[in-house]
Design a protein around this ligand. Structure first.
Ligand SMILES: Cc1cc2nc3c(=O)[nH]c(=O)nc-3n(C[C@H](O)[C@H](O)[C@H](O)COP(=O)(O)O)c2cc1C
Length: 224
């Protein structure tokens, strides 16, 4: 089977980023599992912050003309998604958050459901595990089952991530295997089902504006 794994990282340091390097090791592991891999440096793209105008809820199209729609197409074409962010003030980077806010419609309609993912983060010292947990939470919001995550505290020594190369590659292989053979996880599956019952109300309310989405939800068995 064709297998495509995409990493998206939110460090403004792009190719100098430690988080990018860690995500790259995960991609290397996925490549060993037979995947075609791709890295997206979010900071290289034009991403306008959400203004909560709500226009996307009418037709799925943002009023802003920027790179988010083409990024979303690339994400939809992938089978596996790796999210990566440095820790900024014990949270994800602003670049990553601005991007996530633009995915609200993709979350409501669960357009990425059925995919698998994982998350990585680097930090000087604090917040790494919390950021990985949050990134995995966002994957779940998107309808994506996470196979795990890795955070590395570097204490300012970027080479610290090299010591995590084997674990990161293992995570990538696990992600590739999940795409190929599934990854049964009753806890996440129950969480995803809960999310869908919440978003079902929005999909039903907007049925007249988004009939093709409504029909997809019926076909998926998410609306009776
Ligand atoms: C704006 C900013 C905020 C940061 N906040 C924290 C923090 O709260 N805790 C911490 O331990 N490190 C913090 N750091 C350090 C970064 O998390 C760390 O250097 C990370 O590895 C950078 O990853 P990158 O090379 O992928 O950008 C911060 C760095 C910046 C620039």
């Amino acid at each position: 089977m064709d297998l495509k794994i995409l990493a998206i990282h939110g460090s403004p340091r792009t190719i100098r980023s430690t988080t990018r390097k860690l995500a790259g090791f995960v991609l290397d592991g996925a490549a060993e599992a037979g995947a075609e891999t791709e890295m997206i440096d979010l900071a290289d793209y034009h991403i306008i912050p959400c203004t909560a105008c709500d226009a996307c809820s009418l037709n799925g199209i943002c009023v802003n003309n920027d790179d988010v729609p083409s990024l979303l197409v690339r994400i939809q074409e992938a089978d596996g998604i790796i999210l990566g962010s440095p820790v900024y003030i014990d949270n994800i980077s602003g670049q990553m958050k601005v991007f996530f806010d633009r995915l609200a419609d993709a979350i409501h309609y669960q357009v990425l459901a059925g995919k698998f993912g994982c998350s990585v983060s680097t930090t000087y010292e604090s917040g790494g595990d919390d950021v990985v947990a949050y990134l995995n939470h966002v994957l779940n919001y998107l309808g994506v089952v996470s196979v795990g995550g890795i955070s590395v505290a570097t204490a300012g020594k970027p080479e610290t991530v090299d010591a995590m190369e084997a674990s990161a590659r293992e995570l990538g292989e696990k992600l590739g295997e999940a795409v190929k053979n599934g990854f049964p996880d009753p806890v996440q599956e129950a969480l995803l089902a809960d999310n869908r019952s919440y978003f079902r109300v929005i999909v039903a309310e907007n049925r007249d504006f988004r009939p093709e989405e409504y029909e997809r939800w019926v076909r998926m068995g998410w609306i009776e």
